[in-house]
Write a protein that binds this ligand. Structure first.
Ligand code: DAH
Length: 344
């Protein structure tokens, strides 16, 4: 045993540690769990009982010695590597690896622009729930129960228990008009962007989920002229001063009179092409004077107040603005599509 101890002491002294690898080799050979020190501690049981204590002490000293050598070299190596001269082959003037920045979705870009344009003339943003009750989505907007006008919009019904209120995925953002009028007093000047749902087969021109933005202005003496002027301003801010707007008589249950808003076709600039089917005009939304019955249902006195409203599809505007031909691109998350909006 004594010989083994002497030999180990010599081996510990002889072992050079100048690199991290050697430090590790030292640990494995001597102080590690399966190292030579552990072996000697195992042998302790073969030593005669009267000497065991003395030999044990010797071994402990040896172990301490080995550990001290290990820790000291470890510290020296760490200090040396911290002070090591820079790698001469490394070019510190290289640019850093750039972070991959995300891009804003084209629908967000368009929505934000719409909000900015209308905020400049005093419209604030309001939101409503996407799961809507039948009353707000239809009844309060003058769609009588069982009236075929409800078929204008293919509705997803969430819950249909006889005798209970029906819940739907809102088919348009118009129910937010009702919620805003119920909770605020005129003058009301709000826009309501949001997601809407319709039970339609997905194609290049239709989707079961898309976005609209609603505008509502309610005050004393609001007229159709106010509506037209605001739409002119809006369209010219969004698409440019050379844009023309026309109002085409139409029908919506919640407005009277109602109109569809057409603008100069952006592709052919009004000359006529296959996008505008040769007319030179493309439709961007519906509008009208809020029907007095809707004001009344929403708790606003139609004798005192009048209002206008309009609603537009955000996808539709984005498609016209960026000349996107397929609605499905908005939801497919194809990076080749999304990257094109990087600089916008
Ligand atoms: N909510 C209608 C739709 O989704 C669009 C609309 C038409 C909204 C006329 C309006 C409006 O506010 O006045 O088809």
């Amino acid at each position: 045993m004594q010989e083994n101890i002497t030999r180990l002491q010599a081996a510990l002294d002889a072992f050079d540690i100048t690199t991290a690898e050697q430090l590790e080799q030292f640990r494995v050979a001597f102080t590690g769990r399966k190292g030579q020190l552990a072996d000697l501690f195992d042998e302790l049981k073969t030593v005669a009982p009267d000497q065991r204590r003395a030999v044990g002490q010797q071994l402990n000293q040896l172990k301490q010695y080995a550990q001290q050598k290990f820790e000291q070299r470890q510290q020296e190596l760490a200090a040396a590597s911290a002070n090591a001269p820079a790698d001469p082959t490394f070019d510190y003037t290289l640019p850093t690896v750039p972070n991959a920045l995300g891009t804003r979705h084209p629908l967000s870009l368009v929505r934000e622009e719409i909000v900015r344009i209308l905020a400049r003339i005093g419209f604030n943003v309001e939101e409503g729930p996407e799961i809507e009750d039948d009353w707000h989505n239809f009844t309060a907007l003058n769609f009588p129960e069982n009236h075929p006008a409800r078929d204008m919009q293919d509705t997803f019904f969430v819950h249909r228990t006889p005798g209970q209120p029906e819940w739907v995925l809102r088919t348009h953002t118009s129910p937010v008009q009702v919620r805003v009028m119920q909770s605020q007093k005129p003058p009301i000047r709000s826009i309501m962007p949001g997601r809407v749902y319709r039970n339609e087969a997905i194609s290049a021109r239709a989707h079961m989920m898309f976005h609209q933005v609603e505008a509502l202005f309610v005050d004393e003496n609001v007229s159709f002229a106010d509506l037209k002027q605001t739409v002119y301003y809006f369209v010219q801010e969004l698409f440019g001063d050379d844009m023309q707007v026309r109002f085409r008589p139409s029908f919506f249950p919640f407005t009277e009179p109602s109109a569809e808003i057409d603008i100069t076709c952006l592709i052919c600039k009004g000359k006529g092409c296959n996008i505008c089917k040769g007319t030179g005009w493309v439709e961007i939304g519906g509008c009208g004077m809020v029907d007095p019955a809707v004001l009344e249902q929403s708790g606003i006195d139609p004798e005192k107040y009048s209002g206008y409203a309009w609603g537009m599809g955000i996808e539709r505007i984005a498609m016209l603005k960026y000349q996107i031909k397929d609605l499905r691109l908005f939801t497919e998350n194809d990076m080749r599509f999304l990257r094109q909006f990087e600089a916008s």
